[in-house]
Ligand binder design. Sequence first.
Ligand code: ADP
Ligand code: MG
Length: 354
Amino acid sequence: MAEAVVIRELNKQFASPDAPERTVQAVRSVNLTVEPGQLVTLLGPSGCGKTTLLRMIAGFEEPTSGDIMFGERRMNNVAPNRRDAAMVFQSYAIFPHLSVYENVVFGLRLKGLSASEIKAKADRILEITGLTAMQKRSPNQLSGGQQQRVALARAIVMEPRVLLFDEPLSNLDAKLRETMRVEIRELQQRLGITSLYVTHDQIEAMSISDQIVVMNGGVVEQIGSPCEVYARPASRFVADFIGKANFVKGKVVPGGVEISGKHFTLANPTTKPDGTNVELVLRPEAISLSDESGIFAATVKRAMFLGNVAEYLLDVEGLGEWLVDVSNPGERGLFQQGSRVFASPSQASLHVLP
Ligand code: ADP
Ligand code: MG
């Protein structure tokens, strides 16, 4: 039932809205495979081409060049309503004058299914989206989260081969976003629908994805599992966009790298020859602090207590400023601003940028 989505060398150029003789390259040579039943997110800053890519997959936008395949079928010339793809939008796009039930069955009625088939399908989907008790309500009697659930129910009741989400949670408050993303992920896994999910929120992407596609300026910067893109970013952009990163200058030496005269062994050895100057990514939580001993001497420039974590800005001797996160800071108390400390990077998490 579930099908792969394969994108090959996909490009989209728009005429510039301001100067029609100029073009905007919104999507540039994108290659991507979504395995059957996987959830893949398109992640990147506003304007990087996520929506354009998703709309081409849905059929709302025609590619300038390249191929879109669902399984073995090339979709480029197939009308949106014949692609068996369903889309869930940020704005929900549910009908305000129809009840929850009527919203959910709207597409089924257009398909011309029998009344009993429609009811059976709707009942099942209302049940799994937790909407059974409110099926008679009109949308204005629902919270934002419930409205988004109606939009989701309306999409999956069609049993699409591909489910597309464009920032579906952006209109919800932070707490509800967290609950809803778990619901969406559980439902997607239970139904096994191949899904593409657009977001600019890296935490959301990390929490729900099998694979993350990091985009920048219409180009795919990296495709990988949440762990891969976090631990082994392919570029400075990815390292910076996904989480917080310190960039540290070092040199490749036999068996590892040298940073300001100190030797480190790498968990993922680099293929660069000895003597090459490199840039390393060092995550703030991969540095431990002590006021007694450690690898690099530093001064605390700023200390912030955030409950579960203390965030420090250090001035590290010879290496510049580092962000450091220390978990469970209540245990020992804060290192005060101005105090002298030692910062020790964990070797395992040092990553050489390609
Ligand atoms: P995202 O969803 O990542 O924020 P979009 O795909 O909406 O990005 O936009 C990518 C780029 O394409 C932007 O520079 C945007 O201004 C441009 N763009 C999108 N749609 C159109 C259009 N219909 N006409 C001209 N330019 C467009
Ligand atoms: Mg968008």
